[in-house]
Design a protein around this ligand. Structure first.
Ligand code: FRU
Length: 304
């Protein structure tokens, strides 16, 4: 059975739940604390697996002891990791997360000190005939470009149903990541990224992105569906014909955990498009519903 491959960084999230966000130099007690596997593609793979899809995660590990927990968690969930590379003497990417009970906001302090990201040579070990969809976090542009081009070459001359679809999440605030959009079938434009494009609302952002993919040779790609989630403002999308769709948020009764809500949205989009590729309108509604639902629970295991 073919599966979905997700490419990105794996992180250890250490989460402290606080009544309210502390002030500098405060000494506060948290209400509760726990740790879980994190990272955008990694979180999306958890949700997609919970929804019943077969997933593989292509990431990097090291002999840092903290990775034992991460790898066990992936194995317990049947998320395939057979093509991941293991490094020596590199620290685990770590996020310290404060979840404020009064607002539901999450504040993330993230560091990746020295663990390299996935390289083309790692991706090259994957047998592309095993996948129907590959999802990328936008990072290390030269390496990721080679991965995407390899998929394009693989698709060449194949029947539509045998081709691999490529999705791209543009989140990290680096301009050059935009270059990757040239090869994507679906691009999800995060709010932080949209803000570096100088846009302050989702509609402006998605039209700006469309203009860039239509008219700027560096990004030209007329075959890319565009999706733009915008926190409490829901999400919007443009299909290949330029039709604009919008979805509101579907808030849960009490928001307790917004950590990974965006990754859950991405998982909802992918799940929906995998089932019905041409229904982008349904996809953004499903993405918003799933993300809203998740915010009512800690972690991702409510999504099943
Ligand atoms: C949530 C998340 C966390 C991780 C951080 C990395 O979207 O993936 O799990 O710590 O973002 O930026």
């Amino acid at each position: 059975m073919r599966k979905i491959l997700l490419v990105g960084e794996c992180v250890l999230d250490i989460i402290q739940i606080v009544e309210t966000f502390p002030k500098e130099d405060d000494d506060v007690r948290s209400v509760h604390a726990y740790h879980q596997r994190g990272g955008n593609a990694s979180n999306s793979s958890t949700v997609l697996t919970n929804l019943g899809l077969n997933c593989e995660l292509l990431t990097t590990f090291s002999n840092d002891k903290m990775f034992v927990f991460i790898i066990e968690d992936l194995k317990d969930r049947d998320i395939e990791i057979k093509n991941c590379r293991y490094y020596e003497n590199c620290n685990i990417p770590l996020s310290t997360v404060l979840l404020s009970k009064d607002t539901g906001y999450r504040t993330i302090i993230h560091t990746n000190k020295n663990l390299p990201h996935v390289k083309f040579e790692d991706f090259d070990k994957c047998d592309l005939s095993e996948y129907y969809w590959v999802h990328f976090e936008a990072r290390s542009v030269p390496e990721t470009t080679r991965m995407m081009k390899k998929i394009k070459d693989f698709n060449e001359g194949k029947a539509e149903s045998d081709k691999i679809k490529i999705s791209l999440e543009l989140e990290k605030k680096r301009d050059e990541n935009m270059l990757l959009i040239k090869y994507a079938d679906v691009a999800i434009l995060g709010r932080d990224f949209a803000e570096i494009l100088g846009c302050n609302d989702k509609k402006t952002a998605i039209y700006k992105l469309r203009d860039m993919t239509m008219n700027d040779d560096r990004y030209k790609n007329k075959n890319c569906m565009l999706i733009c989630p915008w926190g409490k403002d829901g999400a919007c999308a443009l299909d290949l014909e330029g039709n604009f769709f919008e979805s509101p948020i579907y808030p849960c009764e009490t928001t307790v955990d917004t950590l990974g809500a965006g990754d859950t949205f991405t998982a909802g989009i992918l799940y929906s498009l995998i089932k019905d590729f041409n229904n982008i309108q349904q996809a953004i509604h499903n993405g918003c519903k799933l993300a809203g639902y998740k915010c009512g629970f800690y972690g991702y295991d409510c999504v099943k």
